[in-house]
Design a protein. Sequence first.
Length: 463
Amino acid sequence: MRFAVRLLVLPAAALAAAAAPAMDSLANVAAVNGHAAAVHLRATAVRTIDGRRTTITIDQLGTRRLVRRCAEEVCTGSWFDGRTRTAFGLNGVGLPEEDPLTPVRRTFAAIVSYAFAEPAFRAAGGSAVAEGPGRWRVRAVDGETLIAQLDPETSALRRIFDERGATLAGFSDDVRAGGATFALNRRGLFEEPVDAVEAVPGPLEPPDGAPATFTGDPRVTLADAPIPIVPCTLAGRSARCLLDTGATPSAITLPLDEALALEPRGEIEINGFSRFATGFVETGPLVLGAAHFAQLRFAVVPAVPMANFDVVVGTDLLARLHVVIDRAGGFARVEAPDGSASPAGLPVTFAAGVPLIDTVLDGEPARALLDTGDALTVSLGYADYRRWPQWPVVGRTLAAGVAGASDAFFVTIPDVRLGDQSLGPTRAAVNRIQERVHVGIGLWTRCVIDLDLARQRFGCQAR
């Protein structure tokens, strides 16, 4: 049962009176602040963002933090477990985010939660060293060193600095919830002001996302198409599913939405060759190979005349699956994630919900979006094309997707490498709108594609 704790803004004198003895030890910091790291706190704020009423919820327990932003039933957010951060969208499936600030975030989370003042933080390998009245040099395991500045009278956190002295965040307007100190006015890196906070019972866990169960034959037949389209069923109706790692969230086309008599709600922005707003629908079950999803949310997108599919299975669902695509054999396998101890293939990271892999184009490294919805082996935008020697144009084409189309031209890249695998001279498309290098499903003419996004691996296995 959830309970709320009435908030009371305490004057500095009252907090100072509670600080006995004066702040001279980490034990005192923890005690005076009500051992905040041990209390499950839930902060909320309501804001108008882009003209829409948005509810922001921040759950914090020690260094673990869950952030949700919900506007008209559409929720996105992030989960930080004290070590790594994952982002989630429409279906609540966490995708590990490539985050260069992770070392900063680890120490920051220990300070803002007051976990740095607890014995468990030092026992786990963290450090906190006094540098003067109310000033502590803190470093989490595998984290950056940061400086915590506490109020000399109340022991409450006031600022976090980096080692160069730059302010990362500031805190004020302290209240108490469940006996723990929490600042309502929080500004800076990773922080924003909130309206209220309460203590809630129970542990803090990440969203469950869209659970999948697995039964039956994992093998499905590939359609005769330049992208991986396979048979599936949605809400008991036969459909054609596109396996698209370049898409998030998953989607259904407007004709299928109308056939299922579903009424879209909410608002989602779809980005591609253009941008447009659409709604989402909730339906199920989705049966795809051996995978069964009971209930899912899908964005609604227009049909693409050049591609005959009804459902886009994007990364928010593919991250629950292990998919092997064999173009030469004419089939794909959709099954439970590989549970073997030694993952094979190239490492995959995620940014903004899509997977990235390391490639080398003509001797220069590039972070490429792994996009099985792209029929080519490699494609890139004009801005990226200009970074290279601007290989000669060898043809013209049209690049198309659910969000529009763009004129493009073909070039031949002298050498493309994926890890230690050389693809040799490779035909690639260049269009003016694309923002990142793509490695597409055109690879399936050279190898069997192995997608294990649940374990962040990608394989291109020679036959």
